[in-house]
Design a protein around this ligand. Structure first.
Ligand code: NDP
Ligand code: 8X3
Length: 261
């Protein structure tokens, strides 16, 4: 059976496309023939991806060094896209992070602010800027990257958990507010995925980051990217609202079976 390609020729905007799930999603959408708009702060990585993906696939890749916390920059970029009639068909709200793993009374307020500003407010700025043009066109697909951490709280993760519970609420809220339009809304909520996530969480401590993925097989960015493209490739009348995706060795936000050597 051949799988129909409903993605070819669509324009897909991905935030946080410079590594991990965002980068893997960009590569997956490119392989389907989607044109891409890639954003992240590390623009040099996007320059390289653009060169690679435009050479390998017959697509156009537009890149923008963008911090989703900068509301005016996000709004200006969206205005630019609308003015040029390059309103994305798909918006993947992926940029996000955890910072630190601390008991609440020992947490770093700067870390909390960066998590909430990126995971919640950044997602809102981008969505608020792009969505009106989708509503006007009466079509589009918002894919929010939540987390199993947005369904279950774990010790020392409360603020990251709160940010992903917020993503879950925003995903459901968007879906309700867009009732009666042709716009689809999906949250993909992974468990442990081996990306730069833990290196970022532990402020660059690679050794500590590696221990997170030891003793079992974690998910990869490609695993999640395959699911994102699958969801987007379903027919227009199909809306997958929320998907929790865990490694086989993980059964909840806090239960992972690790083999010890
Ligand atoms: P990575 O650290 O590998 O990727 C995060 C991406 O977000 C990078 O491209 C980074 O780019 C971008 N980013 C971070 N801050 C900003 C910002 N202020 N503005 C714009 N872009 C930003 O981690 P993942 O791929 O794992 O994370 C992607 C998403 O998946 C996040 O929302 C995360 O919470 C979620 N997730 C991850 C899981 C995991 O176990 N890895 C599990 C569940 C959910 P740059 O630094 O260049 O700006
Ligand atoms: C990332 C997964 O379990 O580290 O959202 O919170 S976890």
């Amino acid at each position: 059976m051949t799988i129909m390609n409903r993605i070819k020729g669509k324009t897909v905007l991905i935030t946080g496309a410079s590594s991990g799930i965002g980068e893997a999603s960009a590569r997956s959408f490119a392989s389907y023939g989607a044109n891409l708009i890639l954003c992240a702060r590390r623009e040099e990585r996007l320059v390289q991806m653009k060169e690679e993906l435009e050479t390998e696939h017959e697509i156009s890749v537009r890149i923008r060094g963008l911090d989703v916390r900068e509301r005016e920059a996000v709004e200006a970029f969206a205005r630019e896209l609308v003015a040029e009639k390059t309103v994305p068909d798909v918006l993947v709200n992926n940029a996000g992070k955890a910072l630190g793993l601390h008991l609440l009374h020992e947490g770093l307020v700067e870390d909390w602010e960066e998590m909430l500003d990126t995971n919640v407010k950044g997602l809102l700025y981008m969505t608020r800027s792009i969505l009106p043009a989708m509503v006007e066109r009466d079509s589009g697909h918002i894919v929010n990257i939540g987390s199993v951490a947005g369904h279950q709280v774990y010790q020392k993760g409360a603020v990251y958990n709160a940010s992903k519970f917020a993503v879950k609420a925003l995903n459901e809220g968007m879906a309700l507010d867009l009732l009666g339009t042709g716009i689809r809304v999906t949250s993909i909520d992974p468990g442990l995925v081996e990306t730069e996530f833990s290196k970022v969480r532990f402020h660059g401590d690679e050794e500590r980051a590696e221990t997170v993925y030891e003793g079992y097989t974690p998910l990869t960015g490609d695993d999640i990217a395959d699911i994102i493209t699958f969801v987007v490739n379903t027919p227009e009348h199909v809306n997958i609202l929320d998907l929790i995706v865990l490694p086989t060795a993980q059964r909840s936000a806090h239960m992972v079976h690790k083999e010890t050597s």
